[in-house]
Design a protein around this ligand. Structure first.
Ligand code: M6R
Length: 623
């Protein structure tokens, strides 16, 4: 998974491409490159490493030209190296391509091209495209790309330029995202809107097997038979600076702090007050269809999967629909039984995750209706779902997902309430209590952000440790899983989540003073058992960071008089994270915030690359 960008106009293409790549760096950052067309030739710079290295290379040897394409890479075929970095050139160096996706039949194509005399310089799948276009080029670049694409199997978004055709930029898409940005006397391509939002708010969202010929003044879109395709202009609804850090040191920090406002936007128009029913538009389900749902299967990857774990609880408890949650990469391998009336809820920030898409398609083939809970508008999951509930988080750039998670849960909670209201499966009191908690979530989130310093103090105590356990029960098992995922992906501390009930079946052997245990114990049906489990950890000298609701008197309080009852003191958690009380079923929305902050500050104290953790990319478009 990689990011591509391109520019044609009157300004320096390098400036626009480099700025666009900076906003796409979340998609991959092991190497990068830019090529421009100038004076009848192509000029190329590429480097191994992050974009700052490319910027340095461009400072030392600037590129001229007002037509260019750029790329930031997350290695799939071939290790990160200068040779494997994009753009890739044809043998004669007059055609260049950038690519996001995977060409599945590249080995066969490479053999054929080598037999025809082409010389390859890299181990990538992408390079075949440069040679294929060269093979088919007879003076019409779009035609050469069209013919080349017909030989490809797999997923791709390509940008292609040719030294002999300096007035045009060709782009084509199958399964990998691509937008064309519209300017005045200049146009752009990019893997996502955020990359070019600083330049324009008007884009075409390109569909599969669509081919674009882009000049300074014109964008022609066609299918692969060259039949014209008409798109409405999509006006990007968020401001130009939404994809900037806005005074925060890291995107992750900014996105954690954006949660109160994002929650309000997500609730707006759907839940106005605790007395009113929840309303949704475009979810593709009539009241009769909702009444007819016999089973729900949530499927997703990573953080989005954890939102599905919460979703299973909400749907069963409120809508009384049997619900399962499956890791997308596993779902298709186990040949699930999909009875008529099954609704598959696909959760994804990007809407482009390869495993999630495969699971979606497998469930559709088996006859399930699909509802996408997605952030990125018009993404592939959105297009392939029968209905969509957008979480409305705005751009999420930090590789570690934060605001998307809380808004995924919020959106699923609203769906569960809506289903419960249509099906008449929850009491008015329960519906009201949950609605009140959801309406209070933005204010609770603000309060938790005001308490950030308390989390920093806890991070200071534990940041040098190498192991952590996150324990919870019930719906907050998802909070433990998500908290542990955040910790490991940005701080590289080995963090595991367990149902606290499972501790005594093995993991308790790990407990010792050198690690720490985050024990999540909000009030609710699992509270007393959690408090007991906390004490079991304390009894084995395990340092406990407890997460509990404000004023919880059942947690042995820190600061009590040691003389009062020494047993109480021994049972006290070493640290407390206090959270405003809320309904336990939706408490994962707010409990996520201090756990995100804990991971963030531990990683910062350890000096890690928070927005670009090693080996990771924001959107995993490979299986
Ligand atoms: O875009 P998606 O929500 O489909 O992405 C799913 C996962 O790849 C993603 O949540 C990943 O686990 C994040 N890095 C977690 O912070």
């Amino acid at each position: 998974m990689c990011g591509i960008v391109g520019y044609i106009g009157q300004r320096h293409a390098t400036d626009i491409c480099l700025a666009g790549l900076r906003r796409l760096e979340y998609r991959g950052y092991d190497s990068a490159g830019i090529v421009t067309a100038d004076g009848g030739r192509l000029d190329l710079r590429k480097v191994v490493g992050k974009l700052d290295r490319l910027a340095q290379a461009l400072d030392q040897r600037p590129l001229a030209g007002s037509l260019g394409i750029g790329h930031t890479r997350w290695a799939t075929h071939g290790k990160p190296s200068e040779a494997n970095a994009h753009p890739h050139l044809s043998c004669n160096g007059r055609i260049a391509v950038v690519h996001n996706g995977i060409i599945e039949n590249y080995q066969e194509l490479r053999r054929q091209l080598e037999a025809a005399g082409h010389t390859f310089r890299s181990q990538t799948d992408t390079e075949v495209m440069a040679h294929l276009v060269e093979q088919h080029y007879t003076g019409d670049l779009r035609e050469a790309v069209r013919r080349a694409v017909r030989e490809l199997q797999g997923a791709f978004a390509f940008g292609v330029v040719c030294a002999d055709s300096p007035g045009e930029l060709i782009a084509v898409r199958r399964f990998s995202p691509l937008v064309v940005g519209l300017g005045n006397g200049e146009n752009y391509i990019a893997s996502d809107m955020g990359a070019i939002r600083a330049e324009t708010d008007r884009v075409y969202v390109i569909g599969d097997d669509e081919l674009c010929r882009i000049t300074r003044d014109r964008v022609e879109i066609s299918d692969l038979e060259l039949r014209p395709v008409r798109h409405d202009v999509y006006v990007i609804p968020w401001p130009a600076d939404a994809a900037e850090k806005g005074g925060h040191k890291k995107f992750m920090h900014k996105e954690i702090h954006e949660q109160p406002a994002a929650m309000r936007a997500c609730l707006a128009g759907r839940l106005r007050s605790a007395d009113k029913p929840v309303t949704f538009e475009n979810i593709g389900l009539t009241p009769d269809a909702i009444r007819g749902i016999g089973k729900i299967v949530f499927t997703a990857c990573g953080t989005a999967y954890h939102a599905g774990v919460v979703g299973r609880f909400l749907m069963e408890k409120l809508a009384r629909i049997p619900a399962e949650v499956d890791i997308a990469a596993e779902l298709r391998h186990r040949d699930p039984v999909v009875p008529p009336g099954t609704l598959c809820i696909v959760v994804s920030q990007s809407g482009e995750t390869a495993d999630t898409l495969e699971a979606l398609r497998a469930m559709k083939r088996k006859g399930a209706k699909v509802l996408g809970v997605i952030n990125v508008v018009d993404s592939t999951v959105a297009r392939e779902s029968d209905g969509v509930a957008y979480i409305q988080a705005g751009p999420e750039i930090g590789v570690a997902s934060t605001k998307a998670y809380t808004l995924q849960i919020l959106t699923i909670a609203l769906l569960a309430l809506h289903f419960a209201e249509v099906r008449g499966t929850a009491s008015p009191e329960e519906l009201r209590a949950i609605k009140e908690s959801l309406l209070a979530a933005p204010a609770h989130a603000e309060e938790l952000l005001r308490r950030e310093d308390a989390v920093v103090a806890i991070a200071r105590k534990h940041f040098k440790k190498t192991t952590a356990l996150y324990l919870a029960r019930g719906v907050n098992l998802a909070s433990a899983m998500e908290g542990a995922l955040k910790m490991k992906e940005i701080s590289y501390i080995h963090a595991e989540a367990y149902s606290a009930g499972e501790m005594k079946h093995g993991p308790i052997a790990l407990v010792c003073p050198d690690m720490f245990v985050v024990a999540i114990a909000p009030q609710g049906p699992t509270h007393d058992e959690m408090v007991g489990n906390m004490m079991e950890i304390k009894a084995r000298s395990g340092p406990v960071v407890a997460v509990a609701f404000d004023g919880d008197a059942k947690i042995p309080q820190t600061g009590v008089d040691p003389a009062a009852d020494p047993r109480d003191v021994a049972a006290q958690p070493n640290d407390m994270i206090w959270v405003p009380p809320t309904h336990e079923l939706v408490s994962p929305v707010t409990i996520a915030i201090p756990l995100q902050l804990l991971a963030y500050h531990v990683a910062e104290l350890r000096g890690e690359h928070i927005d670009q953790p090693r080996n990771l990319a924001k959107t995993v478009t490979v299986k």
